[in-house]
Write a protein that binds this ligand. Structure first.
Ligand code: SAM
Length: 247
């Protein structure tokens, strides 16, 4: 019948809409990334529901099954561990399969770490580029960042505790030490912190206290402001990267 894409909290459990709660109460089945994790949220909301595991590793295979259930008249809600499904979370294959099969898909909007961080960053928010997670390996990460040297829009990245400093070092190498970065940490949680620095200042700030490097992070990076020296800056960055490759 209908697939509902339902946003859940990114930390503070109060950040769920009335419509999301009503939808989760009314559907026949809830497809969740981690049924144990979502079970706790549903318990907190007093919702008893049938849960179905749909994660990155089984999504393509299980989507067929969910499509059959939807065609048979069941209504299904898709939730992820936190925030909005499909935003660096499973759901794309299922939504595409629904569209291909003329099954109605309804968004139930709510929390999303990227948008929450952008809304408080104080960087231009009229145009932005959502970049998600950068590659894990430094070479691939620097290559990805090099593609963004000229990006004029504000850029949004997700990052994890153990890669935060390495990513910022690579941003410093590729974008330059003066690039402005807003770090939004632990949004909506007890230790929520939002700071705005140049990338070299941010690295120093994080190194002052190891606790500052722990948690969940969004990095909001200022876009490139065009200057007359644009070509030179690009050439310098390419040279820097090439130098690293040379024996
Ligand atoms: N679907 C989620 C959303 O709508 O934002 C994102 C899921 S992604 C797998 C998880 C990443 O989102 C984390 O590693 C972190 O970068 C970011 N994130 C999630 N919750 C956050 C929070 N409370 N504060 C800061 N970043 C958060």
């Amino acid at each position: 019948m209908t697939l509902y894409i339902v946003a859940t909290p990114i930390g503070n459990l109060d950040d769920i809409t009335l419509r999301a709660i009503n939808t989760l109460k009314s559907v026949d089945l809830i497809a969740a990334e981690d049924t144990r994790h979502s079970g706790l949220l549903l318990q907190h909301l007093g919702i008893k529901a049938k849960l179905f595991a749909l994660h990155d590793h089984n999504e393509q295979e299980k989507s067929h099954l969910l499509i059959e259930k939807l065609k048979s008249g069941l209504s299904i809600a898709l939730i992820s561990d936190a925030g909005t499904p499909l935003i660096n979370d499973p759901g794309y294959h299922l939504v595409k399969a629904c569209r291909d099969n003329d099954i109605q898909v309804v968004p139930i909007p709510g929390a999303c770490a990227a948008i929450a961080a952008l809304s408080v960053a104080g960087l231009p928010s009229d145009k932005f580029s959502y970049e998600g997670f950068l590659p894990a390996k430094s070479k691939a990460r620097q290559d990805s960042l090099s593609q963004l040297v000229d990006e004029p829009r504000t850029m949004i990245f997700y990052e994890s505790t153990h890669r935060l400093l390495d990513t910022l070092q690579d941003m410093q190498t590729v974008f330059g030490a003066d690039k402005r970065v807003v770090l939004a940490k632990e949004l909506t949680k007890t230790w929520e912190t939002i700071v705005s620095f140049t990338v070299n200042q941010l690295i120093a700030w994080l190194n002052e206290d190891a606790n500052r490097q722990k948690g969940e992070f969004v990095l909001i990076v200022e876009g490139h402001a065009k200057t007359e020296n644009d070509v030179d800056q690009k050439a310098i960055n390419t040279l820097k990267l090439l130098q690293k490759e040379l024996p």
